[in-house]
Design a protein around this ligand. Structure first.
Ligand code: GAP
Length: 562
């Protein structure tokens, strides 16, 4: 699929616009247009409905170790700055960047790629930012740099394939992506991705706060509130969706890497000894969610991280990835990560920032032996009162205190009744999912016009749950009471679905306009309607038309939309 065609469709039909476009746009920020906002809302609503609203807490779903509860949260974007210090984001949430002294451009170190080329006694690493077409770009730039013409290309001696910049030891031999001379890149430096802001009027360092780079931390710091207020019991999940912000060094690939985006995250709290099983469950369940909404086939994959890729706290992580068309052939981009995070997060907010290089994880101390960042000091352990009540007679104790006293000297005398829960985190991006659904939906095929002649068409084959407009209603012609009847039908359906009314142009063109934005059904009021109160309903994908009673339209749509 040609990405340029999708980008232009998105702008032309109102799915996505550059933010502040009339001022030239703002890199890394995107606005959803009238159709885009419906599509993204449908993606988020499908997630919330499937993960939270319709979750049956009385039955163990297929593949789950047991039944569980799911609740939601909506936390603030700006939180107490200590949250980010204890979570590790303040010290560790950075990318490496390199600056070009010649062009003053900044690049993410791991995103610059290139190839070694030799010509006469010169050997240079020709760098590029392009993911697709890197070979062609490096060839053109090498010819330009060496003052050669296209016909001299065979004089260039390429040494190896396209590799990433971090494989190069000597940056003085690198021709930066936009530079004219080699050796202009600085050594890589750390760059924290959190956006800073000031809270209050004084504006001193003490008033510094951060826009959240993930929604997850709001859930961890509310763990006790949720536990105390909603009578949930382990295992249970807390879901949150909302905006997150990251000052990405090189935002790119449409909305894929933005500076402002939305996440849909679940923190699933469970007993430590069951956490591997829950990790497997969520990994498979989340993968299924995408396939059920239409991302099936070779372009979607579930990839387990190798041990050296795992975050310092994670004992298992898998990514759900999609082969976005803007990536080079064979490469995939992350849609969602499912991580087994152990007790890292709750312990960090209880005790303080943990030292990532310790095993088991220990509090990180400063030069004077004090905690580098103090935790809340609040008890975020879970007491399984039901299990203790059930077992206490067998254990021969009257109270939990007595039980703990009995086991004094053991490494964790509170187990298995009181512990810091382990966490499994399925963390998805609403914008990336929306983009993947758009890419997957884009199709070009042929459909007959009103004279039965085949015409090429662009069609977005969205799953009906995701389609921005569910149904369009047309009068075949603007006379003989057809518009009045069609408008009445439109008004009746509009109460329940997002329906669109169109009476402009030939019927074939109206169908095609709806196909292009992914409307799954079109209902046409024609001459026969006035005689027998029937209409036709046309299916976007099969192009089949079926006649039915006008009064049955709402029920039929309900049935088809699921
Ligand atoms: N709490 C874990 C966490 O935030 P992450 O892998 O950094 O993990 C989770 O982010 C998801 O958020 C990603 O899989 C992706 O879908 C989305 N995401 C992350 N950075 C993004 C960006 N710059 N633009 C758009 N989506 C992004």
């Amino acid at each position: 699929m040609d990405m340029d065609k999708l980008v232009s469709l998105c702008k032309r039909r109102g799915f996505l616009f550059q933010s502040s476009e009339i001022y030239g746009g703002f890199n890394g920020f995107w606005d959803y247009g009238p159709l885009g906002v419906e599509l993204k809302r449908n993606v988020k609503e499908a997630w919330w409905r499937d993960m939270v609203l319709t979750h049956d807490e009385l039955t163990a779903p297929a593949g789950a170790p047991e039944e569980f509860q799911m609740v939601g949260l909506d936390c603030t974007i700006i939180m107490h700055p200590q949250v980010w210090k204890c979570s590790g984001h303040y010290d560790l949430f950075h990318d490496y960047m390199v600056d070009c002294r010649e062009t003053r451009r900044r690049y993410r170190y791991d995103q610059v790629r290139g190839r070694w080329v030799a010509f006469r006694e010169k050997r240079v690493f020709i760098a590029t930012e392009l993911e697709e077409g890197a070979e062609q770009d490096t060839q053109q730039r090498a010819l330009k740099f060496l003052n050669l013409r296209a016909k001299d290309a065979d004089q260039l001696k390429w040494d190896g394939p396209v590799v990433s910049l971090p494989t190069v030891n000597d940056l003085s031999l690198v021709l930066a992506p936009d530079a004219k001379t080699p050796g202009t890149l600085t050594e890589p430096r750390e760059f924290n991705l959190m956006f800073k802001t000031i809270v209050g009027a004084l504006g001193s360092k003490d008033d510094e706060a951060f826009l959240r780079p993930e929604t997850a931390q709001g859930i961890f710091v509310n763990f006790k509130n949720v536990l105390d207020s909603s009578r949930v019991k382990l295992p249970f999940g807390v879901a949150q969706m909302g905006k997150s912000f990251r000052n990405e060094i090189t935002p790119r690939n449409f909305t894929f890497r933005s500076r402002e985006f939305e996440q849909m995250e679940i923190e699933f709290f469970c007993p430590p000894d069951a956490s591997r099983q829950w990790y497997q469950y969520w990994r498979d369940r989340r993968f299924r969610w995408y396939t059920e909404l239409g991302l099936a086939g070779e372009r979607l994959r579930l990839r387990d991280h190798s041990p050296d890729e795992l975050s310092h706290y994670s004992t298992g992580t898998a990514d759900i990835e999609y082969a976005f068309p803007f990536l080079p052939e064979g490469e995939f981009g992350e849609l969602e990560g499912i991580a087994h995070r152990g007790d890292f997060d709750l312990r960090s907010h209880m005790e303080g920032k943990l030292n990532p290089s310790t095993r088991p994880l220990q509090l990180e101390l400063d030069e004077s032996g004090k905690p580098r960042w103090r935790g809340s000091g609040k008890d975020l352990t879970y007491f399984d009162a039901d299990a203790f009540e059930r077992d206490k007679e067998r254990l021969g104790v009257k109270s939990f205190k007595e039980y703990v006293t009995q086991r004094q000297g053991e490494s964790n005398p509170n187990l298995p009744y009181q512990y810091v829960p382990h966490v499994v985190e399925p963390s998805a991006g609403a914008d990336r999912a929306t983009l993947a659904f758009l890419c997957e939906a884009y199709n070009e095929d042929e459909a007959p016009d009103e004279n039965g002649k085949l015409q090429s068409r662009v069609v977005l084959k969205f799953h009906p749950r995701l389609a921005p407009v569910k149904c369009a209603v047309f009068p075949l012609v603007n006379r003989d009471k057809m518009p009045e009847t069609a408008k009445d039908l439109y008004r009746a359906l509009k109460k329940r679905f997002n329906v669109f009314y169109d009476d402009k142009g030939a019927i074939g063109r109206r169908y095609r306009r709806q196909d292009e934005v992914g409307t799954p059904y079109c209902i046409t009021v024609d001459g026969q309607t006035l005689q027998d109160q029937t209409v036709t309903i046309r299916d976007r994908d099969s192009l089949e038309q079926h006649r039915m009673k006008i009064d049955d339209c709402a029920a039929e749509l309900e049935r088809r939309l699921g």
